[in-house]
Ligand binder design. Structure first.
Ligand SMILES: C[S@@+](CC[C@H](N)C(=O)[O-])C[C@H]1O[C@@H](n2cnc3c(N)ncnc32)[C@H](O)[C@@H]1O
Length: 214
């Protein structure tokens, strides 16, 4: 048992969290791990961001972690390109959200790149961004992330070792991940040299990267 799994037993989950975890198991849909969701909630609680963006709504486990701690005058835009997941979210999970949670959330059934282009055109800035989408895209997100943030904006990015693949020996890497791994490694190199962001890692699960815009 990993320390993360051991400690997770001490988290008290609420009804909505239990529902999402059960649906994720039934439908074999990936969601953010409990310990990562707790970090996400904590960051939102401490930072009190006003304009938040999430890339990768999925079943809304991370969405709920953000919304729970988001102040009533703040808002979260969550995007996902998978209509089936969005349907499932509205059918089974959104219904359980109270009015306060619903009021803070807008879901765009769109691709991240298309959405970023629109936000850039209208010069939209976010003070908090959470990313949990296709890992190979992270490298190509970089310039958008620079443009969609301002000083002190925080970005949290999940699966920064791409399901543990980036630190496996090249010979042990799974064939289907090879291209994606190269891109995640390129992204890591890019942020490590970046003059636009300060960064740190959280080592829960396969890791998260936390960036602060300079
Ligand atoms: C791991 S799931 C997200 C899980 C979610 N954060 C949760 O905790 O329930 C990843 C999601 O990202 C979405 N996604 C991947 N690439 C995307 C893109 N380029 N634009 C929008 N959504 C994307 C997928 O459709 C998928 O639903």
């Amino acid at each position: 048992m990993q320390i993360e799994d051991y400690l997770s037993q001490y988290y008290q989950l609420d009804e909505i969290e239990e529902i999402i975890i059960n649906i994720a198991k039934e439908t074999k849909t990936p969601i953010l791990s409990i310990s990562k969701a707790k970090i996400l909630s904590f960051l939102v609680k401490i930072l009190k961001p006003k304009d938040c963006l999430e890339v990768g709504l999925g079943l809304g486990f991370s969405t709920y972690a953000i919304l729970k701690e988001l102040e009533s005058n703040a808002n979260l835009i969550s995007i996902d390109k998978n209509f089936h997941r969005i349907d499932l979210f509205y059918e089974k999970i959104y219904k359980k959200f109270n009015k306060k949670l619903r009021r803070k959330l807008t879901v765009y059934p769109l691709d991240a790149f298309y959405t970023f282009e629109i936000f850039e055109k209208i010069d939209k800035k976010f003070d908090f961004i959470f990313i949990d989408s296709q890992k190979r895209d992270y490298y190509y997100f970089y310039d958008y992330l620079v443009n969609l943030t301002q000083k002190n904006s925080l970005i949290l990015i999940d699966n920064i070792t791409y399901n543990f693949q980036t630190f496996k020996k090249i010979t042990e890497r799974s064939e289907k991940y090879i291209e994606g791994i190269k891109l995640v490694e390129k992204f890591l190199k890019k942020i490590s040299k970046s003059k636009k962001f300060k960064f740190t890692f959280f080592t829960n699960g396969d890791g998260m990267c936390c960036l602060i815009r300079l």
